[in-house]
Write a protein that binds this ligand. Structure first.
Ligand code: NAD
Ligand code: WQD
Length: 338
């Protein structure tokens, strides 16, 4: 089977491309490299001795998409391409709606024209907003995202619901990721954010490696185990495996399915810092700052629907997530540039 992976040179897309190649799929990657490097696919090739075909281009480019579908017998699409920085989305809403919403609609139009109706979409736990109860199940109502990034994910989910209701030939998976972290165990692939990281674990690892001075902990007065925010961190290799399971599951069916991809465990910022210090043997100095606007106190998944319907569970614990992050970060202090 041949799979089109949009955003396949990015953090999650590259780990999933590796998993697809290892499972025997052929992979065509479409990426404009706006937040990633071709080097990620060199690492994939070094690990599995197979390669994906990289096509550089924009997911909003309908003519290019049509050409890709004409030239390759694509069976299904895994759609990762998009912009993901929450703060930047507030400053640049049009760019976010263009890349995320218009990109997804253009992709679906090109898929329909080519007769390809299987789609796995990268959604986010952000669509739940601030639920009153934990753990979060897929049947919880979606919330009101407080930023254009979150809005864009909810809009695309709604578009895909409407599409599947109107046209039963479609078979779509909405995968709501919790907090993806970690790196491939080889140390050859990992997260390579441009500029100062927005997310906790890449920030911590850059402090540990000496690129940044200290971590700011955003608030220690939440009603949580130690006052700091609690999240469901999931290893990116487990996440990649979840995509394969979702792809296999939707291949035999039709309609739309929503699955949480998380571990079901929540860890506080302080617990993550401690686990990282243990894994790396390095201190992570921090200072407590005020809460970050838009943050919620806690968020973790009920992953049992994915377990029952996909036969998937996350198997890697927090220690492994931190150890693999450190192996990648310490051997590539400047990411794929080194
Ligand atoms: P990433 O930035 O590493 O990967 C996204 C890739 O898409 C990049 O390689 C980028 O160059 C490419 N891209 C962006 N706009 C494009 C466009 N218009 N045309 C073609 N390529 C384009 O991000 P990631 O962490 O791997 O995230 C992948 C997907 O998962 C995204 O849709 C993101 O919103 C979603 N997601 C990520 C997280 C997270 O915390 N990392 C959580 C939930 C959901
Ligand atoms: C985790 C915890 C912070 C940085 C974001 C997006 C979400 C999804 C995943 C895409 C929180 C605290 C963080 C720092 C800190 N992405 N923190 N100091 O906010 O849960 O989710 O990424 O879909 O949509 O919102 O992840 O890693 O930014 O924060 O104290 O420098 O770490 O307050 O409690 P978040 P995060």
């Amino acid at each position: 089977m041949k799979i089109l992976v949009t955003g396949g040179t990015g953090y999650i897309g590259s780990h999933t491309t590796l998993a697809l190649l290892e499972a025997g799929y052929e992979v065509v990657v479409l990426d404009n490299l706006c937040n990633s490097s071709e080097a990620a696919l060199h690492a994939v090739e070094a690990i599995c001795a197979k390669s994906a075909l990289l096509i550089r281009g924009d997911v909003c480019d309908r003519a290019l998409l049509d050409r890709i579908f004409q030239e390759h017998a694509i069976d299904a699409v895994l759609h990762f391409a998009g912009l993901k920085a929450v703060g930047e989305s507030v400053r640049k809403p049009l760019e976010y709606y263009q890349a995320n919403v218009c990109g997804s609609i253009t992709l679906c139009q090109a898929m329909a024209a080519a007769g390809v109706f299987r789609l796995v979409f990268s959604s986010s736990a952000t669509v739940y907003g601030a639920p009153e109860h934990m753990p979060i199940r897929e049947d919880f109502p979606t919330g009101t995202p407080t930023n254009p990034y979150g809005q864009s994910k909810l809009i695309i989910e709604n578009v895909l619901h409407d599409l599947c209701a109107a046209q039963p030939r479609w078979s779509v998976a909405l995968l709501r990721y919790f907090n993806p972290v970690g790196a491939h165990a080889s140390g050859l692939m990992g997260e390579d954010p441009r500029g100062i990281p927005n997310n906790l674990v890449p920030y911590i690892s850059q402090v540990a490696v000496g690129s940044l001075n200290e971590l700011s902990i955003f608030g220690d007065d939440y009603p949580t185990v130690d006052g700091t925010g609690v999240r469901d961190y999931i290893h990116v290799v487990d996440l990649a495996d979840g995509h394969l399971k979702a792809l296999q599951t939707i291949s035999g069916g039709s309609g739309i399915n929503v699955w949480n991809l998380g571990t079901g465990d929540g860890y506080s910022v302080r617990q993550v810092v401690h686990a990282f210090e243990q894994a790396s043997g390095r201190p992570v100095p921090y200072r407590v700052e005020p809460r970050r606007a838009g943050d919620i106190a806690e968020c973790w998944a009920d992953p049992s629907k994915a377990e029952q319907e996909l036969g998937w569970t996350a198997t890697r614990n927090l220690q492994e997530m931190m150890a693999d992050t450190w192996r990648w970060q310490s051997s590539h202090p400047k990411g794929y540039l080194e």
